[in-house]
Design a binder for this molecule. Sequence first.
Ligand code: M6R
Length: 612
Amino acid sequence: MCGIVGYTGHEEACGIIIDGLKRLEYRGYDSAGVALQQQGRLVVRKKKGKIEDLEKFIGSERLTGTTGIGHTRWATHGAPSDVNAHPHTSSDGRIAVVHNGIVENYVELRQKLADEEKIEFRTETDTEVIAQMIGVNYRKNGGNLEDAVYDAVQEMRGAYAIGVIAADTPDRIVAYRKDAPLIAGLGGDCKFIASDIPALLKYVNDIYLIENDEMVVCTPDSVRIYDENRRPVRREVMKVNWSIEDAEKGGYEHFMLKEIHEQPKAVQDTLLRRIDDNGRICLDGISLTKEDLQNITKIYIVACGTAYHAGLIGKYAIEKMARIPVEIDVASEFRYRDPVIDDKTLFIAISQSGETLDTLAALREARSHGARILSVCNVVGSSVARESDDVFYTWAGPEIAVASTKAYTTQLVCMYLIALYLGDLTGNISREYYDHILEELMAMPDKIRQTLEKAPEIEELARHLYNRTQVFFIGRGVDSAVALEGSLKLKEISYINSFAIAAGELKHGTIALMEPETIVIALATQDRLFEKMYSNIVEVKARMAHVVSIAKEGSDKIEAESTEVIYIPQCDDEVTPILTVIPLQLFAYYVAKIKGEDIDKPRNLAKSVTVE
Ligand code: M6R
């Protein structure tokens, strides 16, 4: 979704802002722009396309100015175009605005401005309405930018974060947050605003998290925060412990490949944060007591996309280990039905970014019914994290590629730890089983490394299969949930039509689609379901499908019925998803690479979906 960066200090702002925008590219965008204050006027440059297109457009023009705002736009209102790109300005060119989110009542506000102020709009965007409103207020109030912004947001409905500068209010950025991410960065003699931490890592590690309905006023020497009633707010500085290297490619061709290879460390970091010296899971910093947990009769897991797929595995694990009923739903569905939820429900929201609007809305819905909220989240201080009673952080580090990889495997680790903890608490699992699964988890970083060594083999497979138009993923038990994730990975970056189905369902319809050379990726890692899965493979093979099986080492029998087999190391059935997904991630990556697709920024997709 859109990205915002603003800088005010003593250096030339343009390069700093563009550098910050590049680090927000992962959010997805279709145009980019900057606005700079230059001795009593505003200079705006914006362009459809990539940030490089904006840079080319600026060319050798020296855009001076030590205060400015920049934006990457992901079109919602109005097609991607130069004119619809941000920043947008008021008709008199005195105000420039960047905006992430949606102004729901922009049509009526636009009409009002046209009728009462005779404003002629130049774009189809909701953002121009904001710029025009602030422009009118600013002119009428004699040039007080803070009042002009504050008065404008009183009229706006929706979810948004905005950054505003004025031609004749030097060295000042005013920003406002309502349900869209916004942070302020604290440099010695410079200050920033941004949508996300990676934009600022090169310059600052101290940030303020801006809350909903707060206005921020940045000058080179200060950041002031005000609540919705314009009362000053005191905010703790948050120290960010990610480094700039974490947010760079580090020699890899793509962020996705780097993040796939970071999984051993990410999984290890996530585990080590939660296992104490006695080999027990510790919930330090989590306020859920044993009594709270014993009061829980039902668990709801809600998430979107890949995070939802991690939730599916969580359901298997919690129901098996703790024998507590678990319901799972995608957030966009959950929020609009009438879920049966009360104060005996534990609601688990899973989100890498912590800013996914549907997940956040579902969380609020659950809270309004009295549920206790636990989130599994990667971004410290994100909206989901802040609105939860407790947070179980994944320690994946920044995930930049749109296709989620290390977030998924670390989310799985969290779900296993939660399941084991609950299982122990409810007395449903023995100490031996608890220790055994923990040992299995602790062995995962090494086993992921061993699986990653299969990369050349998987690249070769991708080279043979990259031009197929249809791929099926099948599996049983937890493998059917991993199949969904493998299929999503492939389709989102390679644009191949892929489809995942529980293998036992094939005969109920989908097997009709099997033709000679249809690719079937068969996940057969579950010992207890192996024979059943084997029969499914035989069935599709009989229809001449090209079967690529993923199986545990030692399952040699499968070779007779498979065109290729990729083996993962031996491990307990329960925790196989952490390994099974690795070849699927690599397969999707190499197919997309061979096809020449834009792997880190697939078409039409955004890293964090902050609108409905
Ligand atoms: O940030 P979140 O985990 O809430 O994001 C949820 C989905 O948008 C995300 O997992 C998406 O499906 C991935 N890009 C898929 O790779």
